[in-house]
Design a protein around this ligand. Structure first.
Ligand code: SF4
Length: 368
């Protein structure tokens, strides 16, 4: 293990760090120190792991170990406080990670130190793959195709890099994570599951504040339901019948809406847990009252809530955003049928950070 060249420490769990320390002839407590420095202190380089003796740091370095924290290559700041990060990994591939603060965002300190922003809470939207293979027709990420999976360490690293950039004093118990960035987490299942376990056990973020969204990878929904530690599940529905879903999400060819809804019905919900259905409203395509009534039928008997997202525009995508009266009418039909339904406020639309807009856009393009 110690001979691995160009291996990254970030992504190793406590057990693996313990094995590494043993291989290097180190006492067992070094694994705890290393884990703490990586995941709690979020140290950016081996040189800064000063809780470890210099000789051990040199030993790790000469055996080819690097820390593996990704770099922030660019950041775009929205007028609403949202920040879209372009995060770069060791092979120069990039993904986007979005920081969405909530609360007053006031500053502390006397100005002599880097500013420390304070918020009541914040949500980080996390990517799981570089690009995406799923090809949802309303999503800009789909235009990239799939370039590669992220490792567990890279998934976790995005979050640590963003927390470092935000100089967060925020109690980690008030950070929400949504695995809804670039990629389909259930097509990178093992790395996603390992990342969740690192985030819960080593970084200390609560699983109850994590949600993963899937486009409908049916077999993995069942696997996910069996995990002892897991985020909440959101299903990206976006259509009220097979025909429309097939038109918007070609993945429906492989896993039909019928199979998807069967998997949703069999999903083992925990006490007081609800499934979330995400529904992107596309003007004149899936946003009619009849569509809303079909959604009511689909969700009948399920403990579920619905998030409505007015489509966020992007260049090269030929849809329109419905007007607010249409969205309100759709919502009313679901609420009247007893389904808790929320209209998701777009975050960072002006910087291409909103849902479906993540495409590693390195310049700002004006939205008409
Ligand atoms: S909506 Fe999600 S699953 Fe669909 S193409 Fe975009 S990133 Fe992939």
């Amino acid at each position: 293990m110690a001979e691995n060249k160009n291996s990254e420490l970030l992504g190793l769990n406590f057990q693996e760090l313990s094995e590494l320390m043993e291989t290097l002839g180190q006492p067992a407590y070094r694994a705890r120190q290393l884990s703490h420095a990586l995941y709690r202190e979020r140290q950016p380089s081996l040189d800064l792991l000063t809780t470890l003796p210099l000789a051990l740091r040199r030993q790790l370095s000469s055996a080819g170990w690097t820390l593996g924290l990704p770099k922030i290559q660019k950041r775009f700041v929205s007028t609403d406080g949202t920040v879209r990060y372009l995060v770069e990994f060791a092979d120069a591939q990039t993904v986007e990670t979005v920081w969405m603060p909530e609360g007053d965002g006031g500053e502390e300190g006397d100005g002599s130190e880097p500013e420390t922003r304070t918020y009541d809470r914040a949500t980080i939207c996390v990517s799981s793959q570089v690009g995406c293979a799923v090809d949802c027709h309303f999503c800009m990420t789909a235009l990239l195709g799939l370039l590669r999976n992220l490792s567990a360490g890279e998934i976790v690293g995005q979050i640590l890099a963003v927390l470092n950039d935000q100089l967060v004093n925020l109690d980690t118990q008030r950070i929400n994570l949504v695995f809804m960035g670039q990629g389909e987490p259930f097509l990178n299942f093992d790395n996603f599951v390992k990342a969740v376990s690192l985030l819960v056990e080593d970084v200390g973020l609560p699983e109850s504040r994590m949600t993963v969204s899937t486009s409908g990878i049916v077999p993995r929904i069942a696997d996910f339901g069996q995990l002892p530690v897991r985020p909440k599940l959101a299903i990206s529905l976006n259509a009220s019948n097979e025909e429309t879903r097939l038109q918007l999400m070609p993945i429906t060819k492989k896993w039909t809406l019928e199979k998807l809804m069967a998997a949703a019905r069999e999903f083992p919900l925990r006490n007081r847990e609800r499934l979330t259905f995400e529904y992107v409203l596309l003007g004149g395509v899936n946003d009619g009252d009849q569509n809303a009534r079909e959604v009511v039928q689909l969700l009948r008997g399920l403990r579920a809530k619905v998030n409505l997202i007015s489509w966020n525009p992007g260049p090269e995508i030929p849809y329109t955003t419905p007007n607010s009266a249409r969205v309100a009418s759709f919502q009313r039909i679901l609420i009247d049928a007893g389904i808790p339904t929320f209209i998701r406020k777009p975050r960072g639309r002006d910087i291409f950070a909103a849902c479906g807009q993540l495409k590693r856009t390195t310049e700002l393009v004006s939205i008409s």
